[in-house]
Design a protein around this ligand. Structure first.
Ligand code: PLP
Length: 358
């Protein structure tokens, strides 16, 4: 199958095979990792190694803590304002798609939230320019989504927040390209696209944001609890974290995020080139300068043709090409683990489909 699912998404075949080998007997201990204590030396070593691999791949040497959390990236939409929104401050949101909008709505439930910029009126086609971003000086943080999974856009220049901590939802873009992590006070990502299976969410938080313990919150909701306990305050999703460990090693072996970016640019270009050369048969949902290298979104001349495209694509072993139910159209999610050949095959299929239907 050519797996273009948006998430949970393709995992590297080598990683799945390796996980299969160790599923029953983890590194010769005679048991599965899932059967042993998360306080065992084997698990503690894995936990520490996974955190340090993630920092290494993000290019972070010091000053940040890695947390493995539950509840998906959606839980972070609530946990961020709960931890960082102090009375008299606001959470500022740059809204560039439905996930950043959800994050903003959650913050409004917790406290005061304001919109620093939004491109909703322009149907998310292009990202706000630096001059369009207005940050309330009372902000305790600014939240952005670096890659918009549903709409298919990605930021190239990270906005300057004038010293206010920037929080990036990188769920669908983490490790797809180099990013200057030092510009962020916090990065978070649900694992199920570029990091592993669902079940764990990673958060990378700068030390100064962990300095104060939010004692008004239940213990499990405080980032400080998980930071102080190396994500072992309660039982972590050990198998998901193990898979993240294998994926991180795979990314490193492939040459790290620079190599990932090179591949992802080439892969997505195969599809964007077909769209741009189609004379309007395929039309991209996003302006060329804001296009994502992870989620390629486009429309066909009619909804009937889109349905037919999805149906025929299934017959050719393409999986997951229907656009998100909220926007329709087509979306090809070509995360790190999607091989070049899959995009090549899809580009050929798109050309052939156009020829037969125009
Ligand atoms: N943020 C972004 C950018 C996403 O793409 C997703 C899921 O696709 C989420 C948040 C929500 O993630 P979860 O399902 O882990 O809560």
């Amino acid at each position: 199958a050519y797996n273009f699912n948006a998430g949970p998404a393709a995992l590297p075949l080598e990683v799945l095979q390796q996980a299969q080998e160790t599923f029953v007997d983890y590194n010769g201990i005679g048991m599965s990792l899932m059967e042993i204590s998360h306080r065992s030396k084997e698990y503690e070593a894995l936990n520490a190694e996974t955190a340090s691999l993630l920092l290494e791949l993000l290019g972070i040497q010091s000053g940040y803590q890695v947390l493995f959390l539950g509840g998906g990236a959606s839980m972070q939409f609530a946990q961020i304002p709960l931890n960082f929104l102090k009375p008299g401050t606001v959470g500022s949101y740059i809204i560039t798609g439905s996930f950043s909008e959800k994050a903003y709505q959650e913050a409004q439930i917790v406290g005061e939230a304001s919109i620093a910029a939004s491109n909703k009126e322009g149907k998310w086609r292009s990202l706000p320019k630096a001059s369009e971003i207005v940050i309330d000086p009372k902000s305790s943080y600014v939240h952005m989504t670096t890659n918009n999974t549903i709409e298919g856009s990605q930021w190239s220049d990270i906005p300057d927040t004038g010293g206010i901590p920037l929080i990036g939802d990188m769920t669908s873009g983490i490790l797809s390209r180099p990013i200057d992590a030092s510009k962020f006070g916090m990065i978070y990502a649900g694992a199920q696209k570029n990091l592993g299976p669902s079940g764990v969410t990673v958060a990378v938080i700068r030390d100064d944001l962990l300095a104060e313990e939010p004692k008004h919150l239940p213990v499990m909701l405080r980032y400080t609890t998980h930071a102080k306990n190396q994500s072992l305050y309660n039982t972590p999703p050990v198998h998901s974290i193990y898979m993240v460990n294998l994926v991180l090693k795979w990314v490193k072996e492939q040459g790290g995020v620079e190599a990932m970016e090179k591949r992802n640019v080439e892969k997505s270009k195969l599809l964007y080139d077909v769209i741009d050369a189609s004379g309007g048969f395929y039309s991209g949902n996003i302006d060329a300068d804001s296009r994502s290298i992870m989620n390629v979104t486009f429309r066909l001349p009619s909804e009937e043709l889109e349905k037919q495209f999805v149906k025929e694509s299934k017959d050719h072993n393409f999986v997951g090409l229907a656009g998100h139910r909220s926007v329709g159209g087509i979306r090809a999610s070509a995360y790190n683990a999607v091989p070049h050949e899959a995009c090549q095959a899809l580009a050929e299929f798109m050309k052939d489909f156009q020829q037969r239907n125009s």
